[in-house]
Design a protein around this ligand. Sequence first.
Ligand code: CA2
Length: 145
Amino acid sequence: MRKTIYILNGPNLNLLGKREPEIYGHETLDDVRAACVKVGAASGLQVELMQSNWEGQIVDWIHDARDQAAGIIINPAALTHTSVAVLDALNSFSGPVIEVHISQVHKREAFRHHSYVSQRADAVMAGFGVHGYALAMQHMVKLLA
Ligand code: CA2
């Protein structure tokens, strides 16, 4: 059976490519999905990319990943900086977790410098633009090899 990677995206990332291109670029989540599917296909990994504006939905998907996914790539968006619930859910998942931020959060406002999710993440990407997702997929391939 092919392994599946969940790529989870938090609040407002549905606007990717449609607003604030100076920070987040012009590419959409569909473009991100296509790039990650391509990386996965070369290594026999399947990709499921989801986005929600609801914290509880992200938590539920992380719980689903316990049975359904070999690894999680997550851009928790604003929940990065606020959500103990997302951290607790990730702590219940035993596979590799990679945290992705499109922007270089450490160059931005101080409140973006702290991440609850980083306490669980096996790797963190920030400032690579949306290319960070495909890079995270490449690293996921290595972690699962
Ligand atoms: O840089 C990232 O990927 C962030 O996770 C994005 C979050 C922000 O709260 C984090 O501090 C860093 C915001 C996501 C909002 O996404 C938008 C995309 C396009 C237009 C408007 C919002």
